[in-house]
Ligand binder design. Structure first.
Ligand code: PMP
Length: 433
């Protein structure tokens, strides 16, 4: 914020002295000092006592609300008797794997990791082993984690669309060259790519709703083409449901759309913010990780009682569908409300929304493929978010990042958000700023 009060400033200065950039994940950098000391329900409180209504949800995991008492109790209870063993298996790991097999259509076997990146890494390694091939297909706008095969072409500037847009220095050229980046929702390009390279493609990895660029919904023909082409050419189809799994439904988006991949990655909302993720999939593939298989999978902290107990409790809370129905209703009110306010004020806006997730884009028009998004007025988008933050409504000030409604948000919270948005948008600079 413009005149950040001293305790926040002090913490951020100390952070910057010992942590590169002062944050523990690249995308957490904000253009003003930000340090949180309390997060409960739908609200964050910074080190100076300033409260924010939170739509960021830590990039998505917080589906029930921060520090959900039921999940926290389950974790405390589990930790009273078990933590991490590192040999054999715990009852919590078994119960969670059984729950995932029960809930997720593609899940016949389950492996637990600590992050989505580890899950997508393992999925790609398994795909290469199973096919004896090296090429990976990903789509422009999707994020699948920080490792070299996928850390490219997420929010790509106009001039780099169609080229490799790597997220980092130090990546292996050889690995990058083995990833083909295609436009999302483009059946023709996907079909042509299989015609040209079908025999070399190990896997197609799909961020099934492209939430890393807000809310880009896949067309059914696109998902069906991905399913059919991978089957015809002997490639592995991976749905990355790290964001969509649990947040939109316990079976993931695949259960809603009726297309079943070979492998699925899950994470984020699966434990309401506790660190755990999973790779699930068909037995014939997943068993290659077993003692008789040829694929290595390991991790000291995999299956820790913190994550497994939190996940079991989160699944329990989500089971009757009430949270999904309520949060979708509230996100719908927020999305429609924002679009209505923008229309009244003559501001071009399209609001992408699925379930509890909504993203205002500052342009009129479709949200079908990445090129559509190049019309977004980035300056106005960031200005809007920053102004909302200044007014106590936390929407991370990065263009096109999604907002999440949790079970802790109320009708009053949404109404206040819309009032604030109206006040903010009334003062919108005409061409961003
Ligand atoms: N896949 C998707 C779709 C994601 O959004 C993310 C994280 N934003 C990842 C994978 C990587 O997960 P993690 O940050 O837990 O490594």
């Amino acid at each position: 914020m413009r005149s950040a009060p001293p305790r926040v400033e002090d913490l951020v200065a100390r952070a910057r002295a010992v942590i590169p950039g002062g944050v523990n994940s690249g995308n957490r950098v904000l253009p003003w000092p930000f340090a949180i000391v309390d997060a409960r329900g739908a609200y964050l409180t910074d080190a100076d006592g300033r409260r924010y209504l939170d739509y960021h949800a830590a990039f998505g995991p917080i589906v029930l609300g921060h520090a959900d008492p039921v999940v926290n109790d389950a974790v405390r209870h589990a930790l009273g008797r078990v933590d991490l063993i590192g040999a054999g298996v715990t009852d919590l790991e078994v119960a969670l794997a059984e729950a995932l097999v029960d809930l997720v259509p593609s899940a016949e076997r389950v492996l637990l990791t600590n992050s989505g990146s580890e899950a997508t890494y393992a999925a790609l390694r398994l795909s290469r082993a199973a096919t004896g091939r090296q090429l990976i297909v990903k789509f422009q706008g999707a994020y699948h984690g920080w490792h070299d095969a996928v850390a490219m072409n997420v929010i790509t500037p106009r001039e780099r669309v169609g080229q490799t847009d790597r997220l980092s220095g130090g990546m292996s050229d050889e690995v990058i060259e083995r990833t083909l980046v295609l436009p999302f929702n483009d059946v023709e390009r996907l079909t042509a790519t299989f015609l040209d390279h079908g025999g070399q493609i190990a896997a197609v990895i799909v961020e099934i709703i492209q939430h890393n660029v807000g809310c880009m919904i896949p067309t059914k023909p696109f998902l069906e083409a991905a399913r059919r082409l991978t089957e015809e050419h002997g490639s592995v189809l991976i749905f990355d449901e790290v964001i969509t799994g649990f947040r939109h439904g316990l079976g993931g988006y695949q259960a809603m759309v009726g297309v079943t991949p070979d492998l699925t990655t899950l994470g984020k909302a699966m434990a309401n913010g506790y660190p755990i993720a999973a790779l699930v999939g068909r037995v014939a593939l997943m068993d290659r990780f077993g003692p008789d298989g040829d694929v290595f999978f390991a991790g000291t902290f995999n299956g820790h009682a913190v994550g497994t107990s939190a996940s079991l409790a989160t699944i329990d809370r989500l089971r009757d569908g009430d949270v999904h129905r309520r949060t979708a209703r509230l996100a719908g009110i927020a999305a429609d409300g924002l679009a209505g306010i923008a229309a009244e004020l003559g501001i071009p806006m399209t609001v992408g929304r699925f379930g509890s997730v909504f993203t205002p884009y500052f342009y009129d028009g479709p949200v079908t493929t990445y090129v559509d998004l190049l019309a977004n007025d980035t300056a106005l988008d960031v200005w809007f978010r920053r102004s909302m933050c200044e007014a106590g409504i936390f929407m991370i000030p990065t263009a096109m990042k999604r907002n999440h409604v949790s079970a802790a948000h109320t009708d009053e919270d949404i109404a206040r958000t819309l009032e604030t948005a109206r006040d903010v948008l009334r003062t919108a600079p005409s061409k961003g700023g």
